[in-house]
Design a protein around this ligand. Sequence first.
Ligand code: ADP
Length: 334
Amino acid sequence: GGALDPWADQSESAAEAALRPKQLADFAGQSRVADQLGLVLDAARHRDTPPDHVLLSGPPGLGKTTLAMIIAEEMGAPIRISSGPAIQHAGDLAAILSGLVEGEVFFLDEIHRMSRPAEEMLYLAMEDFRVDIVVGKGPGATAIPLDIPRFTLVGATTRAGLLPGPLRDRFGFTAQLDYYEQPALERIVHRSAGLVGLQIDADAAAEIASRSRGTPRIANRLLRRVRDYAQVRGDGSVDLTVARAALTLYEVDELGLDRLDRSVLEALCGKFEGGPVGVTTLAMAVAEEAETIEEVAEPFLIRLGFLQRTPRGRVATAAGWAHIGMVPPDMPSN
Ligand code: ADP
């Protein structure tokens, strides 16, 4: 690709940024959330005030960052982006908040991972648009109140349940993002292909969508791999044969399981007779970090009903055994 190719820079984040819809109208799927949010924004525009604070929850890759950027774009406001783990001291937060301009959108990703003192400062800032700067130490310490501009906090978390009640209660609008339905994913694939000038057949787009785990980020990622394949091994355009060949090459199966998912399932069944086995042991068997297993592979295997988390460890289900074409040892094999 040339200089105008949004995917010329092969870094994942640059590719993602290029595909982010900028307006609510281009945001596919999640129609209830989009309708509700649209009303919140219209009302704020009508009153000429920044919209209420917004809490977005849901698994990675479903569009939380995208929605935060859409809110800013639709309000004609700048956006400041940070994340819970990046704010360890209340002072870090005070510096950000006092640097905001009137109406700015403050996107705080992984908001559940903020430190306690920062969280308490955020309560006050959300409610009264004020922070208390503590000067000095010990008995002589004083809190100096500082007014900050009216801003809109957009918090993102993988699960709203991870947030303390008092923090959750301070959001005027809360939305739970769900995995996407096939038609929305197909629209996303078509739109992304269009943006990079890639010719793709409807059945090829459907194939990519159906292997993308209900997740727009994965749909876009698979599309990039298919596009690579089409450019190198084909004539640059994507039909069903090209899409299938590329996805097979990258070891993404019909249900969207990748190599890691399958090796977890194969180790669980092949080495531990279907479990129960502890996640640390399972992780060692596939030479991966336990965290990767827990956060990347397991949620999807659980969603498909292939694996269960039990108090005694991970267990493969009958459907899990069947998917990798193996038979549980205590079941008759004929
Ligand atoms: P999150 O913040 O929830 O992890 P992102 O907002 O970063 O997810 O979205 C990941 C990628 O998926 C981005 O490239 C984004 O453009 C795309 N995407 C997410 N949701 C949608 C949607 N509803 N319509 C079109 N593209 C989407």
